[in-house]
Design a binder for this molecule. Structure first.
Ligand code: CAA
Length: 302
């Protein structure tokens, strides 16, 4: 890993290594895309060896699929695989140039991680979060106990990838109050190197993607709960009428009903606007443990 000056950010061309925290669906997808597209070594961090092995096995399945479809050669797949290093130690991020955190959406967990990253990573490293709903300003503030010292918080930014990361091209980039212009430019450039199309949004509840998508999903749930249409009619009209790959209820199952509900709660609570009131049915389904595809039952059975 090259060493850099202590300037707060550098160009994406200077990003010679990446750290990804969280080997779940999102983290693994980001790590794999970085290995394949930017061809940089990726340190993949998770708390358990089991999570890391599961993530690596998923990466291998995706690479094998690309080989079987003749999109890449076996040599290219081996090379991408060799760029991924799993580790359970956050300290292994002590020389990476760019970090993307993709752990579950639990505020305290993310804030603790950013406090640690500010201590572990070099002073030039970009510290990105894949949060879908937590304020970037708040995450950046967790890097320091002295709010006037922005040496770390100016390097914090959100790179919010869409699921599944290897398939969806869009990434929204969100600056906090403390984020520097250089950090924003480097993050945008780096995401472009990953083959992504970037959108820049303000640090506002739900940012852009979920501010628009979640009320759409929520409205579909309200249409179901109030009998405006049945499940299949709701999904069929949106799928066949607007050419989206999934109707809103199927998409809700794909994203996870708990995630949809929690983002609606953030929109509702942080704006105080009743137009974001979460669907009662959505709340009841989460209470029942019907979380969508991952739990085997949601609006559909899996
Ligand atoms: N990881 C990697 N690749 C995946 C994948 C995953 N988890 N799931 C599916 N794919 C790949 C498949 O391998 C397949 O690849 P090939 O073309 O190389 O064979 C391709 O996607 C298509 O998959 P399928 O043929 O199995 O199924 P499909 O055609 O029905 O597509 C889908 C599945 C890609 C998920 C598609 O339905 C889709 O794009 N749905 C909408 C997803 C969406 O809106 N995502 C955004 C969610 S919102 C969000 O992410 C933000 C947030 O904060 C909540």
């Amino acid at each position: 890993v090259r060493s850099f000056s202590s300037s707060p950010a550098q160009h994406a061309a200077d990003v010679k290594s990446l750290g990804v925290i969280g080997a779940g669906q999102m983290g693994l997808g980001i790590a794999l895309v970085a290995a394949q597209r930017a061809q940089v070594p990726v340190m993949l961090i998770d708390t358990s060896d089991t999570a890391l092995s599961k993530g690596m096995a998923f990466a291998e399945r995706l690479l094998a699929k690309d080989v079987s479809k003749s999109r890449i050669t076996q040599g290219q797949a081996d090379e991408a695989r060799s760029l991924l290093t799993p580790s359970t130690k956050m300290e292994d991020l002590s020389s990476v140039d760019f970090v993307i955190e993709a752990v579950p959406e639990i505020p305290k967990l993310k804030l603790d991680i950013f406090g640690k990253l500010a201590r572990i990573c070099p002073r030039h490293t970009i510290l990105a979060t894949n949060t879908s709903s937590i304020s970037i300003t708040r995450i950046a503030a967790a890097t320091t106990s002295d709010p006037t010292d922005t040496s770390a918080s100016s390097r914090v930014i959100a790179t919010h990838f869409m699921n599944p990361v290897p398939v969806q091209r869009g990434v929204e980039i969100i600056s906090g109050l403390q984020t520097s212009k250089e950090t924003l430019e480097t993050a945008v450039e780096f995401c472009k190197k990953l083959g992504k199309v970037t959108s820049v949004s303000a640090d506002s509840p739900g940012f852009l993607a979920n501010r628009i998508l979640m009320p759409y999903i929520n409205e579909a749930a309200i249409c179901l709960e109030t009998g405006v249409g049945d499940r299949d009619s709701i999904d069929a009209i949106m799928k066949n009428g607007t050419n989206v790959p999934m109707g809103p209820l199927q998409l809700a199952d794909f994203v996870g009903l708990d995630t949809c509900l929690s983002i609606m709660k953030v929109l509702h609570e942080e704006t105080g606007d009743s137009k974001y009131r979460p669907s009662v049915l959505l709340g009841k389904m989460v209470d029942a443990g019907w979380l969508g595809k991952k739990s085997g039952k949601g609006f559909y059975d899996y």
